[in-house]
Design a protein around this ligand. Structure first.
Ligand SMILES: C[S@@+](CC[C@H](N)C(=O)[O-])C[C@H]1O[C@@H](n2cnc3c(N)ncnc32)[C@H](O)[C@@H]1O
Length: 209
């Protein structure tokens, strides 16, 4: 028992130490969140965002992913971001504050996207966690379902989708639906994602519907 406890606490200590590393690195690099490193890692592995692309960033605040995305898409690209919380402006990012679950917010985002198709849809959305899995998991799954619905409305053929999903009830079915819509789907757990978190990222490429 004692050994188990010590192992758990030393693992936690290591984790906090590790977390600090990313927090400090984010500050040093002028990134708004440690989450930015997750997108950087996905980008390194899967090369999602290229110069000139149009990117939608769902659950964008405080803006780490948008900072990374806008740099990669460059001046010829476009980043449209949304969060229920406010976000300080980022040059080159068209930000909409609103609850993505509301039809009027989706419509406002679609208006901003306009006629052109989107190359990459990103979703790092996560609901406020209550601590009860029975409440949190369905809320989280609802957000990822809505993000996938948006892909069907805006993604260009061969477009990409990177989405944070919490492992638990509904995960397998969701994975199945994503696989139906994309040629390749990979599950990624970036080093910068806390090991104790059940979050993983699905990186889906080659939109085919
Ligand atoms: C992990 S944070 C995103 C961090 C962000 N990717 C970054 O790099 O800074 C998750 C975000 O999802 C947002 N969110 C949760 N539910 C939402 C909803 N219904 N509509 C829009 N945003 C939502 C939260 O407000 C929160 O800012």
């Amino acid at each position: 028992m004692v050994t188990k406890k010590r192992t758990a606490s030393s693992a936690r200590w290591m984790q906090e130490h590790f977390d600090d590393h990313y927090v400090k690195l984010a500050q040093k690099r002028g990134l708004r969140s440690r989450a930015a490193f997750k997108l950087e890692e996905l980008q390194q592995k899967d090369n999602l965002i290229k110069t000139g692309m149009t990117v939608v960033d769902l659950g964008a605040a405080p803006g780490g992913w948008s900072q990374v995305a806008v740099k990669l898409a460059g001046e010829k690209g476009k980043v449209i971001a949304c969060d229920i919380l406010p976000m300080d402006p980022i040059v080159g990012v068209d930000f909409l504050q609103g609850d993505f679950r509301e039809d009027k917010v989706l419509q406002a985002l679609l208006d901003r996207v306009g006629q052109d198709k989107v190359d990459v849809v990103l979703s790092d959305m996560a609901p406020n966690m209550s601590g009860s899995d029975a409440v949190d998991q369905p809320r989280a799954m609802y957000l990822v379902e809505l993000a996938l619905d948006m892909c069907h409305q805006v993604l260009a053929p061969n477009g990409c989708f990177a989405v944070k999903v919490f492992q638990g009830e509904g995960f397998d079915e969701y994975m199945k639906t994503v696989k139906e819509a994309f040629k390749v789907v990979k599950t990624r757990k970036p080093d910068s994602s806390r090991a104790r978190s059940r979050e993983v990222y699905l990186v889906a490429t080659g939109y085919k519907l």
